[in-house]
Design a protein around this ligand. Structure first.
Ligand code: GTP
Ligand code: MG
Ligand code: ZN
Length: 296
């Protein structure tokens, strides 16, 4: 039996890379019985059938898994954003970053299209919040060396709103790549969902990177999150203040004597981050307990 990583899943086939070749595998019936859906990024065992195809036998234990985008075993999420069209709503970044934080997955904030808009506002917010943050441009190549350093030797997943330039940046990182990229609708200020499936790519610098379909705010609203009491831990810059509020059960919304709010007032915690926290808290509060199906 051989071992490898699922690079993409399309039309019932799992494309497994064992380091030298790619084998198109079909899942064995027993996988279906075990009720596990193989994900891109899964480390798997398979039996090569000699004609370039194979049978997927077993999924090895996962270190983490995401549902949107559907990937497993990710070292870090690279959240792509832009201050040029399509402008990224910081709330989207914050929601995705909170999910990643909850799963113990690192996040890098990568602000693209710096040739069109400086990206300095977003950079300030996320650097202040404590994320590795960088500004790049697929057009001029600015920042791509720094991004290469951040992803080298790791498995990263590019995520972000449609049209922000995830596929363009991957093309810029490796001269052998020519992934499809799409226009941005100036009228709607949105991308056109050019990338249709999740796929892992091996870059010439040795990094493994998943390109994923851009999400819409609809997708982001449906992403799994945590319990409302756990949300405070998903905002890393809140941590020094937790346990220091006047009330033990402080929700850090509008409460008197709240240490988190104090830090917002002092300009230490970025205001938009706190606004996103309050919005997410309210969303989680609106979910009745019986409906909170906890996904890992
Ligand atoms: N000026 C400029 N345009 C860029 C840059 N990066 C990407 N674009 C353009 O933005 C558009 C969208 O780029 P894509 O790479 O398709 O975006 P994406 O994030 O992969 O989009 P989806 O696959 O739909 O999620 C294309 O027209 C790119 O040429 C950049 O740094 N500067
Ligand atoms: Mg794309
Ligand atoms: Zn508080």
């Amino acid at each position: 039996m051989a071992e490898g990583v699922i690079m993409k899943a399309l039309s019932g086939f799992y494309y497994v890379d064992d380091g030298s070749t790619t084998t198109a595998c079909r899942g064995r019936g027993k996988l279906r019985l075990e009720n596990t859906t193989p994900l891109v990024g899964d480390r798997v065992r398979f039996t090569p059938l000699g004609d370039g195809s194979g049978a997927l036998e077993e999924i090895l234990p996962r270190k983490n898994q995401f549902y949107r985008p559907a990937v497993a075993n990710i070292d870090q999420l690279v959240i792509m954003a832009s201050e040029a069209i399509p402008v990224t709503d910081p709330f989207l970044i914050d929601r995705v970053a909170a999910i990643a934080e909850h799963k113990g997955c690192e996040c890098v904030i990568c602000i693209n299209k710096c040739d069109l808009a400086s990206g300095e506002t977003l950079e300030q917010i996320y650097a202040a919040a404590g994320f590795p943050t960088l500004r790049v441009s697929a057009k001029t190549g600015e920042g791509l060396e720094a991004l290469k350093e951040l992803i080298s030797g790791k498995v990263s997943c590019f995520t972000g709103n449609s049209g922000v330039g995830k596929s363009s940046i991957l093309n810029g990182l490796d001269p052998n790549f020519s992934l499809a990229t799409g226009d941005v609708s100036q009228k709607l200020g949105r991308g056109k969902h050019t990338t249709r499936h999740v796929e892992l790519h091996r870059l010439s610098c040795g990094a493994l990177v998943a390109d994923t379909p851009g999400f819409s705010s609809f997708d982001v609203d449906r992403m799994e999150l945590c319990q409302k009491e756990e949300l405070q831990d998903c905002f890393r810059e809140f941590r020094p203040y937790l346990g220091k509020c006047r009330f033990l059960d402080c929700a850090h919304g509008k409460e008197k004597g709240c240490a988190v709010l104090q830090a917002v007032e002092e300009g230490i915690i970025p205001r938009t981050r706190h606004e996103s926290y309050v919005r997410l808290y309210q969303q989680l509060q609106a979910v009745p307990d019986w409906k909170r199906k906890k996904k890992s």
